[in-house]
Design a protein around this ligand. Structure first.
Ligand code: GLC
Length: 442
């Protein structure tokens, strides 16, 4: 690892970011929710995105035949953007090119053995660039736009890997061929950079080579030269700004100052006919609250059909999220992580001025909710979005001890006040919150 990469990596790891880096990351830290979109030829047959041929589930030719059946016939970027905005998400990331190498935009970089570009506009019946209108619409709506780009390309004749049991060559065997691939990658990235100027670059596939082999530092510099404020995920090996745990929830707070959990709404990234294992809106909201309370963002994935239709279940999830986010806006957006574990059996967030603590009630618990270690007296406990003040009680406070007692908040079970997804209580204080986290006793 080069020295500068190492420094960047260490500073991300240990949370010591420069003021300039902090400024750049601010919108991301406040955003909390992004929508990920996996849209590509894999939606035609409803097969695994790129992995289907890599893992020999289907022959390569059969996989690629989906290109001649990708229609985008009902693609309405405006409608996608409306639903994304309605969900409360502050940014969206679209797969400009997945590991199969098929570009959603009108790339001019020659790709296939036939020496033509491999893209939706040039080779599918959709016959048009389906990336640009989306990125433009998202920006017009005042959201941040992200471009997903697979740095590995299993279709490219000059790329090393192909299927899991049949690589093309190794860099050591043919460095000149690898250089051609690097040039191709950089040229495609330059196109995206010039045409889309995304707020966020979501790289993927970095695991097949080292940062040096990818030329990751040069790529980072090139992208930042164009837009110094662009945010780059850590999958541009060792050269990113934030961590990207995937699917599995980090049980302890990740070490990176900034991180984002990317997660599917069923079991797959792209559209698959057979996958009906939908997460419920309630489950997603529970996970989302947990992510935010741990200082992260949720990048929630949807997978439109080949014609551009977003499955009804996913539209429903976006709408339910939207309703809940609107009602609980102050508890989620622009907040910072709340109590560390041990104080409260659930997620919590804090307003930036530390005057309000938001408690997310897991499983919609009602009754006597306990909070430990709050040194301030509570000014009010209110159910967010319901204008309902709850009674509070402190027990076990010893008058002459500096240690706090235990706080109980009485949450009514009345559905007029609770939320069907997840109820949130706001504790307000007259001064910034002070927390006791010791071993107890007098
Ligand atoms: C993985 C997969 C890919 C998916 C991505 C989303 O790295 O290779 O199919 O697009 O994760 O995070």
């Amino acid at each position: 690892m080069r020295k500068s990469c190492m420094l960047l990596y260490m500073s991300i790891l240990f949370g010591a970011l420069s003021a300039q880096q902090e400024d750049k990351m601010q919108w991301f830290a406040d955003a909390k929710l992004g929508i990920f979109i996996h849209w590509g030829i894999y939606a035609v047959d409803g097969t695994d995105e790129s992995w289907a041929f890599y893992n020999n589930k289907v022959p390569y030719e059969q996989y690629m035949s989906q290109l001649s059946r990708f229609s985008a016939a009902r693609y309405q970027p405006q409608e996608w953007a409306d639903w994304i905005a309605e969900s409360g998400a502050r940014y969206a990331v679209l797969t400009a090119k997945h590991h199969d190498g098929v570009a959603l935009w009108n790339t001019h970089q020659l790709h296939t053995a036939a020496k033509s570009p491999l893209s939706i506009p040039q080779l599918s019946p959709a016959k048009r660039d389906v990336l640009t209108p989306f990125i433009q619409t998202i920006k017009q709506k005042g959201l941040k736009a992200g471009v997903y780009y697979s740095i590995l390309d299993w279709s490219h004749p000059d790329y090393t890997g192909f299927r899991k049991d049949s690589a093309r060559y190794s860099i050591q065997q043919d460095p000149a061929r690898w250089k051609r691939f690097q040039a191709f990658n950089q040229a495609q990235l330059r196109e995206l950079m010039e045409e889309q100027n995304p707020d966020l670059w979501w790289f993927d596939g970095g695991w097949e080579h080292s940062a040096e082999e990818w030329n990751a530092r040069e790529i980072r510099e090139m992208l930042l030269n164009k837009n110094n404020n662009a945010i780059i995920n850590e999958r541009l090996t060792d050269n990113g700004d934030y961590g990207t745990p995937e699917q599995n929830f980090p049980i302890v707070r990740p070490k990176e100052k900034h991180w984002e959990l990317c997660m599917t709404t069923n079991d797959n990234w792209g559209f698959q006919y057979k996958d009906k294992n939908w997460k419920t809106p309630k489950e997603i909201i529970t996970i989302f609250a947990d992510v935010v309370a741990n200082g992260g963002n949720l990048l929630l994935d949807i997978g439109p059909m080949e014609d551009g239709t977003i499955p009804q279940e996913q539209v429903n999830i976006l709408k339910e999220l939207g309703r809940w986010n609107k009602k609980h806006e102050e508890a989620i957006f622009n907040t910072v992580p709340g109590l560390s574990s041990g104080h409260f059996y659930g997620p919590s967030t804090l307003s930036k001025d530390s005057m309000s603590l938001y408690l997310f009630l897991p499983g919609n618990a009602t009754g006597a909710i306990e909070v430990k270690g709050i040194l301030n007296s509570v000014k009010s406990a209110e159910i967010v979005g319901a204008s309902k003040i709850c009674s509070t009680k402190v027990v076990g406070k010893i008058s002459w001890s500096a240690k706090p007692g235990l706080l109980f908040i009485d949450i009514p079970s009345d559905p007029r006040f609770t939320d069907p997804m997840m109820t949130v209580v706001k504790l307000s204080f007259s001064e910034p919150i002070k927390i006791y986290s010791g071993t107890g006793g007098l």
